[in-house]
Each structure stands twice: as structure tokens, then as C-alpha cells.
Design a protein around this ligand. Structure first.
Ligand code: SF4
Ligand code: SF4
Ligand code: SF4
Length: 261
């Protein structure tokens, strides 16, 4: 659907974490009116509905799950989060977080009460997993196979983290795993197959948030399989539902247990 310049400017002023929802809502609203162009008056109309008493509450589903656009063919994708995202959404649905929030939150529900999960296919992290309750990043740890290295240096050039060096004496690459972000670019650029996937899965981080007291999610070190991530998500939701009172965010609960995390 097309947007007028004024409508586009207005929508950009809406906080990013609800913008996608509002855009969808505005476009549905405009479509129902039989129009193909979103105008400023349409955005203002929806704003009024959202800000009216209980207007926002009707739009809240208890959780938000977002993914980067890696599945649309982004060349940087290390490991696709598409199937994982679908399976996590099933868990979020089954947990009925909306009913939990309605029972525990005093007053109107707001978008900031929703439990947020954000997934990205690579460490560029376009969906901002670092500020979600649970953040997930596709990961591939490189390893050295038995194939001969030509010392072409493509892997060294590919690595933005300077985590690959060439051992010319032994004719092999050396990976610094402490600086490696598991992006898989060095593997893709190695034409001889000397660099190969040693482990494939997902990095997981917990307890990020924005707002008055922002905090980046803390990573649980390691690479986790699809099923392990689902287990982590289930455990986090169990913990959240046992401890959250009056809409308290997951990250606040984690901080109250141990101020360091
Ligand atoms: S996070 Fe990576 S794979 Fe996803 S859209 Fe961004 S650059 Fe592409
Ligand atoms: S996986 Fe990415 S960060 Fe790690 S060594 Fe290779 S290019 Fe560098
Ligand atoms: S590991 Fe592969 S990319 Fe790196 S120098 Fe050897 S052959 Fe080239």
C-alpha cells in the first residue's frame, strides 16, 4: 500500500517497537475504507482509537515475536531462525501470556507489558535481540578440516573481527574463538573447504529492555540447538510467570535476583 509523505513522517514518530503493529493496523483500516493510499488523516484517526480508554488494550496479544529479514534472501544469514521462530510462537501461544497479564497487571494493559522475543539470522542483529526479553542469533562456529589450505587469505579478509590468522609455517588458518562472532563468513569465502562448520545453532541472550532503565540482554555463552533453545524459552516463561507481578518485565526480575545479571 502507498503512503503519503505526511503519513510516513507521522508513522516514524511512533516508537519502533509498536510501529510494525500500527502500520499493519493503519493499512487494514485504510483497506477497509476501499482506499489504496494512506494519508495523514488515517494515521491520526488510528492514533485517536489507540489512545482512547481501552483502545490499546484490544491490540495487545501478550507477546511480540520479531525476526530479521534474513529469510528474504539476506546474504549475511548464518543460520535461519524461521522454523525456530514458528516453534517459539507456538510455545508463546500455548502459555497464554495475555491471560496471565490480564490477571496480574493492575490497570490497563500496555504494549510494554508484552513479553518480547527477537531473532536474527546473524550477529548483525537487525531485529535488535539485545533489547528483547529473549534474544536469539543464528550462529556457526568455524573449524579447520583436513583439506589443504592455499594460504589465499580470503578468510582473513572476510573476518571483520580479525579473528582469523594464517599460520604460514604449518599452512593452516587459526581461529581466535574468543573474538569470533560465529557469523560463518570465513567459511563461505574459503574455496578449498579448509574452513568448515564445527558447530551450528543459535546464541541466546536474556533480559534486555529499553525504557527508563535500559539494559542489554546478557548472553548465555555457547551455541544451542533448536530443541535446546525451545527448552530455554519454556524455562524462561515458567520463571517469568512464577515471579512477575503487576507487569514486571523479565529483565527486572533477573536483575532483582542478581544485580550483576
Ligand atoms: S541480521 Fe543478518 S541475516 Fe538478518 S537481515 Fe540483518 S544482516 Fe541479514
Ligand atoms: S565466523 Fe565470522 S567472526 Fe568467526 S572467524 Fe569466521 S568470519 Fe570471523
Ligand atoms: S583457510 Fe581457506 S580461505 Fe583461508 S587461507 Fe586457507 S584456503 Fe584461503
Amino acid at each position: 500500500m502507498k503512503w503519503s509523505k505526511e503519513a510516513e513522517t507521522a508513522i516514524k514518530k511512533i516508537p519502533f517497537f509498536v510501529r510494525k503493529k500500527v502500520v499493519q493496523k493503519v493499512e487494514t483500516h485504510v483497506g477497509q475504507k476501499g482506499k489504496a493510499l494512506v494519508e495523514l488523516s488515517d494515521v491520526n484517526e488510528l492514533k485517536k482509537i489507540f489512545l482512547s480508554k481501552g483502545g490499546m488494550e484490544k491490540e495487545i496479544k501478550g507477546y511480540e515475536i520479531t525476526s530479521c529479514f534474513g529469510s528474504a534472501g539476506c546474504p549475511n544469514s548464518a543460520n535461519s531462525v524461521t522454523r525456530l521462530s514458528q516453534d517459539i510462537e507456538k510455545i508463546l501461544e500455548a502459555e497464554n501470556i495475555l491471560a496471565f497479564l490480564k490477571k496480574t497487571v493492575k490497570g490497563d494493559l500496555k504494549f510494554h507489558h508484552e513479553f518480547r522475543v527477537s531473532l536474527s539470522d546473524c550477529p548483525n542483529a537487525c531485529s535488535r535481540p539485545q533489547i528483547a526479553d529473549i534474544g536469539i542469533i543464528g550462529a556457526v562456529l568455524p573449524g579447520v578440516s583436513g583439506e589443504a589450505c592455499s594460504l589465499c587469505g580470503f578468510c582473513v579478509t572476510a573476518c571483520d573481527e580479525k579473528a582469523v590468522e594464517l599460520d604460514e609455517e604449518n599452512q593452516r588458518p587459526v581461529i581466535d574463538v574468543h573474538h569470533c562472532l560465529r557469523c560463518s563468513k570465513c567459511i563461505s569465502d574459503c574455496l578449498t573447504g579448509t574452513l568448515t562448520e564445527m558447530q551450528n545453532g543459535f546464541r541466546v541472550m536474556l533480559g534486555g529492555r529499553l525504557g527508563r532503565h535500559p539494559r542489554l540482554a546478557m548472553e548465555i555463552h555457547g551455541i544451542y540447538s533448536h530443541d535446546q533453545v525451545l527448552e530455554i524459552v519454556k524455562n524462561c516463561l515458567r520463571f517469568y510467570k512464577c515471579n512477575s507481578q503487576n507487569g514486571e518485565r523479565f529483565s527486572h526480575i533477573l536483575s532483582s535476583i542478581d544485580p550483576i545479571i
